[in-house]
Design a binder for this molecule. Sequence first.
Ligand code: PMP
Length: 423
Amino acid sequence: MSTPVPAAVHDAALPSHEGGVDWARVRADFPLLMREVHGKPLVYFDNANTGQKPLPVIASQDAFYRRQNANVSRAVHALGTEATEAYEGARGKLARFLGVRADELVLCSGTTFAINLVAYSWALPRLKAGDVILVSRMEHHANIVPWQLVAQRTGATVRVAEILADGSLDLDALYRAMTAEVKLLALAHVSNVLGTVNPVREICREARRRGIVTVVDGSQAAPHMKLDVAAIGCDFYALTGHKMCAPTGTGALWARREHLLAMPPFIGGGEMIKEVSFDGTVFNDPPHKFEAGTPNIAGFVGLGAAVDYLESVGMDAIAAREAELLAHATEALQAIPGLRIFGTAPHKAAVISFLVEGAHAHDLATLLDLEGVAVRSGQHCAHPLLQFFGVAATLRASLAFYNTHEEIERFAAALDKTRRLLQ
Ligand code: PMP
């Protein structure tokens, strides 16, 4: 007796939000949010660090390992074909979600790998002494350190575009910094510390006019807004799956095809070749040329399910919901005496970095944890940005569409209580 293959377990469970999103129903899709921490209901406000996973994504992992597990692109048997279709299907879903071509989308472990791929495969063979790599003050270390490594090996230098006091990019300074020596601009779409949404479309247009290649770090943008990556006009766009409802160890690099064709492989091994002999190797076509070894197949099936899920809720609805939550959280925090917010740019994602006078960030975060509230404290992988503000650490509350107004109230009350204990 054969059991039917649950090819689309996750599709079957997708909620319908026709006629308006029922946010309580959306929240119920995230089982982890129902748990308690230290005997208190969890308030998870560390979404910029990693996001929680909805039931269809969790189910996709179970279904894949129960019914489809096999390696991709190698076996002709049924499971191998199904696994390959599922993996390539996920690439197609993500490409559609981003508004790009699937054959320009390299699947990889996340933003860190994606940016390193550009650094080692595009920049390292091209840059030389005298060239400049331009980055902004608000970059995550993943968009700084790879460029420093390239600079060390090529003799190029890394130049910094500064920000304004409110955490926006100083656009005049940025354009002035785009001199003839600049070969590459690496910039966050959305800051993971300040929430600032950078006008990447305008910036990439200016860079392109000057012949500067652009790398946009979309880690904090992809989970929160409708993207049209092709319309941004960048050369490379990096993202990470675990912040957008997908399993860890998934992500992608989108690149213009001309770059993918010109770039040498970064990592060698199986999958990325057409033919190997001891006289030499013929590489596979992009994007597979950059996907050596067995990929995180189940993880990418989960990324496909995450994209389906986000689209079923709707990225515009998600952006509107998060704007509402951000406004509420900002107002609630501003009412707390001695609280200072870092990052007040007019166009912001739902990330609030802050400090409370007289209380250390780690102490507050530890006490908040005892109240069931998960916020991050520290430097958020952005040391140069914190140096700009002259502080050693901040607390960061980062919200997602599945958070609630009631959680914001509980967070603000817990923060007020804990800061009194410390002052
Ligand atoms: N860039 C930004 C803006 C981020 O927020 C993060 C994750 N905190 C990264 C890059 C790195 O992502 P990953 O660790 O998933 O590679």
